[in-house]
Structure formats: structure tokens, C-alpha cells
Write a new protein. Structure first.
Length: 86
């Protein structure tokens, strides 16, 4: 256990940041799963809306918890699948 005041403070900050990052990652994964499910359903309008929501979450996550290139790749693949729906 930490003995210094600054060390104790850093531990508290780390715990808070960890909780925020975990929540952000979970929300992003959920949005992507919803978009994939909407795409698989075949409903163009629903898929477009879900893809747009997932894109928003991914780009916000790219600023903090996810590499930018990974987020861009996921957005690209989701958009490609959504546009392929007839």
C-alpha cells in the first residue's frame, strides 16, 4: 500500500480513470454489436442509424481509449456492410 500522500492520490485517480475507460469501451462495443445486428437484420434504415451511432461512439473512443486507426477501420467496415444492404 502507498505511504505518501501523492501516491495515495494517484491510486484514487487511477481507479476513477479505469472506471471511466471501462465504461467507454463497453458502450463502444455495445454500439458496434447493435450496428452489426441491425445490418444482419437487413433493414437499411435501421442499419444506417445504428451505424451512425456506432461511428460516433468509435470516434469518441478513438480520442481516449482506442487507437485511431482501429476505430477508423471498424467504422469503414461497418459502413461498407451497411451500404451493401439492398
Amino acid at each position: 500500500m502507498a505511504n505518501h500522500k501523492s501516491s495515495k492520490k494517484r491510486i484514487l485517480i487511477t481507479v476513477k480513470k479505469n472506471a471511466v475507460n471501462t465504461a467507454r469501451r463497453t458502450a463502444t462495443k455495445t454500439a458496434v454489436k447493435k450496428a452489426v445486428k441491425a445490418i444482419e437484420s437487413g433493414d437499411k434504415q435501421l442499419a444506417t442509424a445504428a451505424t451512425r451511432a456506432a461511428e460516433s461512439k468509435l470516434m469518441k473512443a478513438a480520442k481516449k481509449t482506442m487507437p485511431k486507426k482501429r476505430a477508423s477501420r471498424k467504422v469503414s467496415r461497418l459502413t461498407k456492410k451497411a451500404n451493401a444492404i439492398k
